[in-house]
Design a protein around this ligand. Structure first.
Ligand code: GLY
Ligand code: MN
Ligand code: MN
Length: 462
């Protein structure tokens, strides 16, 4: 948690930006795994965390833009809970930690919202994503659950995005602490990536390191020798020589700030010639993308530039042909690079994605492409100092996509299908770092994590 002043200022700016009405917040509740008393790891809602700082269930809050007040709603625990949970600070004391002077029991929140609705005052809410809070909100506002997302407050979303997308020094410090722990996770994983080990041993080791630093994982990790499947969350394969191990994993600091790093390592610690050739293309793409980051440049343009760098590499390798710029404009590179270059990161690994991807990554000025590949780009905005983004290009050989495109003769002026066929047992390679846009350029967050071929091979041998 930051000092109270941080939250006071955040809420003041939010109230001012939205202008009128009530801005309502629901904390996340415990989420049961298999019965109520056996919950998943608790994670507070990021908007609640950002504006009210408190990471526990049973809370709600209202920022009243007309009155200029903030109120925290929650119930002090009684003796029955004290027996099981110990003495906890009162709601009043917790509210003061985040600069809120007004508190009331949780039930009063519902009353206040109903009174406001009856008086015809605007009640602004953010799109809910957890089923239990959807039910609570739907009942309270008299809105069918399936309409809740569409009827969320555009003004509240925009004001929150405008604030949260620019990270302060204290937020960046938290994110760097998460990358620092990720560095240890990656160095340990590289040492373990030997033939005969299992993916779950590597993912377990990485998660254990995060836990040992009082952190958690920011998202379900990808630890796979089948990197051609982009979101492969199974970890049950044995590591075998000749495969690349894709490690996409990130620690989340106790404060909630995320890191999101990917490294690709050869099982056994040495890239073979084919792996090296493809990996070097991804690395060239990633490094050129990082270098291009500075205020005023559009991230969509950097995505396209990276695609051209990698398409140029694939052409040199004999897998693509023709004019590289034309190939990328047509979307031919997406056979190998079918996802976006990156996304905003902060309290969420895909920051604020609960508000809707386009609100965060596109805003009002940029329109999202419908072209296969480019359509998956989550962040296309012009860069500003304080943005923190992931830069995560990759190249993949996806047999089913290859078979489909080949059958359809898709982009055959740009793709050398006979040559690509020889790579269908390759898998995939991706490299990802978290990058801050500074006044003059960029800074890769955290301590360096090996990514050049020689450095990865050295780390694997350590
Ligand atoms: N780890 C998910 C992502 O890279 O976006
Ligand atoms: Mn990632
Ligand atoms: Mn990412």
């Amino acid at each position: 948690m930051f000092k109270a002043e941080t939250y006071i200022l955040r809420r003041k700016l939010l109230r001012k930006s939205v202008g009128s009405g009530l801005l309502i917040f629901l904390a996340n509740e415990e989420s049961p795994m298999n019965y109520t008393a056996n919950p998943y790891h608790y994670r507070q809602d990021s908007s609640f965390l950002y504006f009210f700082g408190l990471a526990s269930p049973g809370l709600a809050a209202i920022a009243d833009a007309d009155e200029g007040t903030d109120t925290l709603y929650g119930d002090d625990i009684g003796i029955e809970d004290i027996i099981w949970m110990g003495n906890l600070p009162t709601i009043k004391a917790r509210a003061l930690e985040v600069g809120v002077r007004r508190t009331a029991p949780r039930a009063v929140f519902d009353e206040k919202v109903r009174q406001a609705l009856a008086a015809g005052r605007p009640v602004h809410y953010l799109p809910p994503y957890r089923p239990d809070n959807m039910t609570v909100l739907g009942d309270l506002l008299g809105i069918p659950v399936k309409e809740l997302k569409a009827r969320a407050s555009a003004a509240f979303i925009k004001a929150s995005v405008d604030q949260r997308i620019i990270k302060s020094k204290e937020e960046i410090r938290e994110m760097e602490s998460a990358v620092a722990v990720s560095q240890e996770m990656y160095l340990s994983a590289m040492k373990l990536a030997k033939p005969g080990r299992y993916e779950y041993q590597v993912s377990g080791l990485m998660e254990g390191i995060a836990l040992a630093y009082d952190m958690h994982l920011a998202f379900p990790p990808i630890v796979t020798i089948n990197g051609q499947t982009l979101h492969m969350h199974a970890h049950d394969n044995m590591l075998v020589k000749g495969r690349l191990l894709v490690l996409d994993c990130g620690a989340e600091a106790a404060s909630g700030y995320a890191s999101d790093i990917t490294r690709t390592v050869p099982v056994g610690g040495r890239f073979n010639a084919r792996q090296k050739a493809v990996y070097e293309i991804v690395l060239a793409g990633q490094e050129s993308a990082v270098k291009a980051i500075k205020p005023g440049v559009s991230f969509k343009d950097i995505h396209l530039q990276t695609a051209r760098v990698m398409a140029g590499g694939l052409k040199a390798l004999g897998l693509m042909k023709g004019d590289v710029a034309e190939a990328v404009a047509a979307g031919a590179h997406a056979l190998f690079f079918p996802h976006g270059l990156g996304h905003n990161i902060g309290l969420d690994v895909h920051d604020m994605e609960d508000y809707g991807e386009n609100h965060v990554g596109y805003g009002e000025k940029v329109e999202r492409s419908k072209q296969f590949g480019l359509a998956y780009l989550r962040m296309a905005r012009e860069l500003k100092p304080g943005h923190v983004l992931t830069v995560e290009p990759g190249l993949y050989f996806i047999p089913s996509l290859y078979a489909l495109w080949r059958k359809e003769k898709k982009h055959r002026d740009f793709i050398v299908y006979d040559a690509v066929e020889k790579f269908l047992d390759f898998g995939g390679a991706r490299i990802e770092d978290d990058v801050l846009v500074t006044e003059t350029g960029r800074r890769v967050l955290g301590p360096p994590i090996p990514k050049k071929v020689a450095d990865i091979e050295k780390a694997c041998r350590a």
